[in-house]
Design a binder for this molecule. Sequence first.
Ligand SMILES: CNc1nc2c(CCNCC3CCCC3)c3nc(N)[nH]c(=O)c3cc2[nH]1
Ligand SMILES: [Zn+2]
Length: 375
Amino acid sequence: MRMAITYEHIKTCKQSGARLGRVHTPHGSFDTPAFMPVGTQATVKTMSPEEVKEMGAGIILSNTYHLFLRPGHETIRKAGGLHKFMNWDRAILTDSGGFQVFSLSENRKISEEGVEFRSHLNGDKLFLSPEKAMEIQNALGSDIMMAFDECPPYPATYEYVKASTERTSRWAERCLASHARKDDQGLFAIVQGGAFEDLRKQSAADLTSMDFPGYAIGGLSVGEPKHVMYEVLDYTTPLLPQHKPRYLMGVGSPDALIEGSIRGIDMFDCVLPTRIARNGTCMTSGGRLVIRNQKYAEDFGPLDPECSCYTCRNYSRAYIRHLIKADETFGIRLTTYHNLHFLQELMKNVRQAIQEDRLLDFRDEFFARYGLNDN
Ligand SMILES: CNc1nc2c(CCNCC3CCCC3)c3nc(N)[nH]c(=O)c3cc2[nH]1
Ligand SMILES: [Zn+2]
């Protein structure tokens, strides 16, 4: 009998109100606030599961949309589920596919039933609905599944966001009704409402009345100014239950991870660290570093002098720059490993700061060195 997804609150930072906790899942527990590496197509790009474990990740993300299109969720079900298929024995969270339909596919048609779209791979006409998204996620066997939602575009009219958010609440109900594993309740709902306080309140009220084991805040990090995102968090997070995990979707720049933690968020995901690594951009304690820059051609020091990761202990900026310029895959592996390690370290330091009631001081120290507006 699988256990539910449970949240264990450890303490609240006296200086910032941020919370230290642990999330327990059928595939192990992880400390929060946590950054979750993204493994869209059943792999954290260029990393082995051992490497992802080594850097301290207790949970990774994968995706209904991508795996539905390729290789197909039935194939993964026959393989024994996603954990087995990708040889990852810790926790997996899968997004429900709605966001990706709108960011990737062609000519979508949204209705009460669901979303019709054409595959971005071969143009096939496909359909996703709350029921279909749950069927796929149950076939994948993820520990945490996301309800099927619409992430409204930004900006959008009040009327559009209101109608979309109300539909997302109805879709959440349908996900709950169709969830095969009713016993372990690994299903998180996603709060929408754009940047409209009354719609956020309505969405949170609708969803918390359905008693999900965890709640995500969606509809953010879609192009709105950062201060708008933080304002939405200021009035939305307090509407969510204290004793359940809160997941801010698609947020991962270092400053946003710290600001989000201060506002009571426990879980984050973002493709940023892996995506920018592929063109040689690295997150370091002194700020962003673009390794292709000529000035590193004969810089034989480490990527980040303060980093203890495999990349920084064994290779120089000159060598990594050479690999990236020569389009050598090993170069991307080294920058990816470092960026993911950097964010795991950042979250470890955030948790330590919460433990010591000094997260606001930590934020000021970090920003002074990293630069305020990394994106
Ligand atoms: C980048 N900004 C952003 N991402 C959002 C995402 C995606 C989060 N990342 C998922 C992983 C990436 C590929 C594999 C899974 C959102 N997802 C949903 N379902 N709803 C949102 O409102 C939603 C909102 C989001 N905003
Ligand atoms: Zn490093």
